[in-house]
Design a protein around this ligand. Sequence first.
Ligand SMILES: [Zn+2]
Length: 190
Amino acid sequence: MIIRQVVNSIFRSCSYIVSRDQQSWLIDCGDVDQILPLIDGTLCGVMLTHAHFDHIYGLNTLLSLFPSMPVYTSKAGLDGLLDDKMNFSRYYGDPLVLEKPGNVRTVNDGTTIDLMNGIQAKAVFTPGHSPCCVTWIIGDAVFTGDSYIPGVKTVANIPHSDKHMAAQSESAIRQLAEHRAIYPGHAPAL
Ligand SMILES: [Zn+2]
């Protein structure tokens, strides 16, 4: 399994491409023009860590290129994809509402998805930064989105966030990540 990172132009959010045997999956969708060249073989689907603007802004473009591609998120994530106020895009002058909600597959806490030969992704709900946050475990890799960024205080003072839940989620992720590598939702500022 190969993991490639894209540092997106908006807020240095990170997208990740997980590939094996000419099949790829995307985690969060920012700059499509940066993501496309890094896809090995077929792009099978997208998993979202959460539905904040900086992690989803490339989705409509991506779905216009791959019209049948599934997008995995929590039920609260779907709500965010359909509401430019909830996903904050309205406040950045680029209101975004998902144009193809039929592509969304909602997951529950603990849901597993078969990605490719022998590799599964497990959804672990880690609310706090946002109610919709999902941490994805794929093999020895943990994709935390904004629920846990090592060395950075988890943002939990924005609309719909919850400080107490964020702290609980953070300690759950630390445990999960004890013998795994963390792939966070933002790259350090230069
Ligand atoms: Zn966020």
